[in-house]
Design a protein around this ligand. Sequence first.
Ligand code: URA
Length: 437
Amino acid sequence: MERTFVELLARKRDGFALETREIARLIEGFSGGELADYQMSALLMAVFFRGMSDEETVALTEAMLHSGKVLDLSSVPGVKVDKHSTGGVGDKISICLAPLVAACGVPVPMVSGRGLGHTGGTLDKLEAIPGFRTDLSTETFARVVKEIGTCMIGQTKDIAPADKRIYALRDVTATVECVPLIVASILSKKLAEGIDGLVLDVKVGRGAFMKNLDRARELATALVRVGTKGGKRVTAVLTRMDTPLGLTIGNANETREALEVLHGKGPADVVECTMVLGAEMLVLGGVAKTEAEARKQLADAITSGRGVALMEKMVAAHGGDPKVVAKPELLSIAPRAVDVPCTQDGFVTAIDALELGLTGVAIGAGRTRADQPVDHGVGIDLRKKPGAAVKAGDVLATVFLRDEHDAAQIAARVAGAFTVGSAAPAEEALVIETIRG
Ligand code: URA
C-alpha cells in the first residue's frame, strides 16, 4: 500500500529517509494541486530539521527538474558546460566567461537570474546593452547555442516550475538556509538547460549568501556529490566575496567592465576569476587536459579577438547593439557623478561588499522585490581596492546618481563601507579551494 501524503510528511518529520518514488509523488502532487502549499511548507520544515541523504537530494532534484521542460541540446555537438555563481557583489563574470569559453569550443547554454537583495544578476547587467532581450524562447535558445556557441536567457515558466513555487514558500517559511533544498533548487534549474557539466562558483564572505567557510564548503561538496550522482561532471570553486569583485557595482558599469576583459583589460581579480572558472569549464568540456593548457586557450581567445567576435554575434542574436562590444564606453551611465573622498592617510584594509551591494539597491541598481525594475545607469565605481595606499582627499569611489538622490547621504554610506588603517592588509588569494567530482 502506498503511503498517503500525510504519512510521508510524518516519516520525514520523524527522521526517516523517503524513497525516490515517494519524493517524486510529493513533487508531482504539489505540481498537480493535490498537495497543498501548507503541506509542502510542513515538508520543507521537516527537511530543514532532519536533512536529506544524497539519494533523497538526487531524487528531489530530478523530481523538480521533471516538473518542467528539460531542454534537448543533443543536436549541439560537444560537451555543454555552464557556470553558476551563488551570488555576490560586482559579480559580472558570466558576461565575459561565456563568450571566451564558447570561443574555445565548449558550448555554454546559460539560464541566468536577476538581482535580488544585495546581489546583482546577469540578466539585469546584460539588459544595459541597448535592445538586448533575455526572454528568448527555449527553441531560439537552443538554436543560438548551436549556431554561436552561447546564449543567456532567464528562467522561463517551463524551467523547473516546482522550484519557483517551492522557493517562494521557502522564502516565507524560514527554510531557505537548508543545504539539500538549496542543492535541489540550484541543480534542478541548471540541469534543465540540457548541460553535461557545471562549474559552480560558491562565494564565501560578507557579500555572499554563505558568510562562513564551513557552511560554504558543506554546500559546495553537496552540490558536487549530488550533481555527480545525477550523471553530470561537476566542479565547485570556493571564492572570496568579502570585497566587491572588480571595480564596479551596478549594471551598465559592470557590463562595461566585463566587456573590457574580452579586450585583454579589466581588473586583475575579474580576470583571475574568469580564468579560474573558464579553465575548469574547458577541462570539463574536454578541450583542455590541464588548467595551464586551458588558461592558454582562454588567453588566445582574448588576444586573437575571437572572444570579442563571438560576443558581438551573441549580442546581435539577442537583439542587442553589437557596437557596444567593441566600444564598451558607449554604455549609458547616469550623468551625476559624485566623488567619495578619503578622510585620512593610510591603506585601504577592507571594503564591505554587503554594504555596497545594499547601497547599490538603495540607488536603484538592484531590487528588493522580484517584480521591481532596475535603473541600468546608476552604480558605484571603486577607485581604490584593499591594499591601496591612500591620502586624505583621494577619491575612494565615484557614485553615479539621478537628480532625486541625496548625494551627501549616499556618499557618506559609500565612505562608511571603506576601512582605512595604518598598515597594508595581507594579500588573500581569490580562490579558497576547488572541489572536483
Ligand atoms: N539559489 C537558488 O537558485 N536556490 C536556492 O535555494 C538558493 C540560491
